[in-house]
Each structure stands twice: as C-alpha cells, then as structure tokens.
Ligand binder design. Structure first.
Ligand code: 5IU
Length: 263
C-alpha cells in the first residue's frame, strides 16, 4: 500500500508537479511538518516563517488575516520559500460555485494562485468547484486538497460526505492531490496525500472546538502524511522557543514516519 512506501518513492505516483515537489522536499529535508502561521502582523508572520523554515516541508497560510497585508509581503514569502526550500499552502477553504472560486483564486488583492503551490476546497458545491479552481491552477502547476474531514468537535464532514469527497478526488486526479483529513481513508487504491491539522503535544484542545492528537497518533496510527501544527509551535514568545518547538515536532513526525514505513 502506498503509505508504506517512502515519501521519495511516492513522488512517482503523482503527475501533479506540486505533489511531486512536496514529496521530494519531505524526503530531502526529512520533514513531514507543516507550520500553520495564523498571525495578524506581517512582521510576526515573516519572522516565524524564517525561524521555522529549516524544519518544515510546507508553510500553511491564512493570508486574509494579515491586517497590514501588502503585495510586497508575497515577494518576501516567496524569498523565504526559496531560502529554506518549503512549499506554500494557502488554507483558503474555497466553497463557492466554480466561476466564483476561479475569481477568488486568481484575483482580488491576494492573487493566491500566483504564489500558493497548494490550496484547498470544500466538496459541498460538488465537482464544479474543482473545474473552476483547476481552470486557474492546473496551467500553473498548482495542486488542490479537498476537505474530507475536520479536526473539530461535531464536524459534519463524516460518513457519506467524506466518501463522496473521496470520489470527487478520484475523478480529478490531475489537480486534486489529496485531502485535509484526520486519517488515511481505506478503500482507495490510488495514492493521495493526507495532510492533518489538530496536532499538539502539550494540549488536547482550545475551548473553541479544536481537538489535538499527537504526531505519532496522526502519522503512525492514522497513516497520514503531513502534520500541520500552529499554536503548539508559534505560541511561545521567543524565537528560541519557536525554533525548539519546530525541531521537536519535526523529530516527532519524522520518527513516527520511519516507524510506519518499517512496519
Ligand atoms: N484547520 C484545523 N482543522 C481542520 C482544518 C483546518 O485546525 O480540520 I480543514 C486549520 C486551522 C488552523 C490550523 O489554521 O489548521 C490549526 O491551528 P492550531 O494548531 O493552532 O490549532
């Protein structure tokens, strides 16, 4: 089964350039860690990314929460991505009709398709959302993740909804490279990436529905590919604590992966 292959070997299971580059980067940097940088000031955003850069395969952004956003930020983000060799995932969670999401993806002030290797979408509108996003992203070599499950208590993305999301991905393999989900879903023979938020070593939740599991539970027990960690890493106030936490999560994620592929 694909999840027992190495990340580097799995690059060949994909035609999509963003998926290939992510898997190659993971192998090269020995990292299955994505850091989610949910801060509101450009200065903090860039300094956290520069600090965690050496430890990550991927930086996850919510570009719309930056209150001092300026297009020059994107230039700096791209420079950091080259300096540290990570990809960029804008966690946009598109959810509208194809025509609208194509505009949201390519235009507005953020022009997400210009700089995000990967973005994501809800399956709720049906396959037209993939048609719309791929009309923009596929020619640029971008990849899409579908939200098959969420980490939050009471999530409605379960059962038949999650299954239907899988089918949508299988029918659009050129552009859909995987899922944001809590586990590798059984039954699909094709390779997909599974990126998983709701990861923490010191906390079980946040009082607003978030639920945390450990890197080991996520990578070994649930056979996911990438751990996405936010406040567990940048929550400390010094650059030294941010660096130390990034290293700690990188080690935890990677050792769980080594354990999994040795099964
Ligand atoms: N995120 C989740 N759960 C999900 C999905 C996305 O937490 O199911 I889909 C996002 C929200 C936030 C990050 O940007 O992942 C997790 O941040 P913390 O590690 O700080 O909880």
């Amino acid at each position: 089964s694909s999840h027992l292959q190495s990340y580097g070997q799995r690059a060949q299971n994909f035609t999509n350039p963003a998926a290939k580059l992510l898997l190659e980067t993971m192998e090269r940097k020995k990292s299955n860690l994505a850091v989610s940088v949910d801060v509101t000031k450009t200065k903090d955003f860039l300094s956290i990314i520069d600090t965690v850069g050496p430890f990550v395969c991927l930086i996850k952004t919510h570009i719309d929460i930056l209150e001092d956003f300026d297009p020059s930020l994107i230039t700096q983000l791209k420079e950091l991505s080259q300096k540290h060799n990570f990809l960029i995932f804008e966690d946009r969670k598109f959810a509208d009709i194809g025509n609208t999401v194509a505009l949201q993806y390519s235009r507005g002030v953020h022009r997400i398709a210009d700089w995000a290797h990967i973005t994501n979408a809800h399956a709720v509108p049906g396959p037209g959302i993939i048609t719309g996003l791929s009309s923009v992203g596929l020619p640029l070599g971008r990849g899409l993740l579908l939200l098959a499950e969420m980490s939050t208590k009471g999530s409605l993305a379960t059962g038949a909804y999650t299954d239907a999301t899988l089918r949508m991905a299988e029918n659009n393999r050129d552009f859909v490279v995987g899922f944001v989900a809590q586990q590798r879903m059984g039954g699909h023979h094709e390779d997909f990436l599974v990126l998983t938020p709701g990861v923490g070593l010191d906390s079980k939740g946040d009082g607003m529905g978030q639920q945390y599991r450990t890197p080991r539970e996520v990578i070994l027990d649930s056979a996911c590919d990438v751990i996405i960690v936010g406040r567990g890493i940048y929550g400390g106030d010094t650059a030294e604590s941010v660096r130390a936490q990034a290293q700690r999560y990188q080690d935890a994620g990677w050792s769980s992966y080594l354990e999994r592929i040795s099964l």
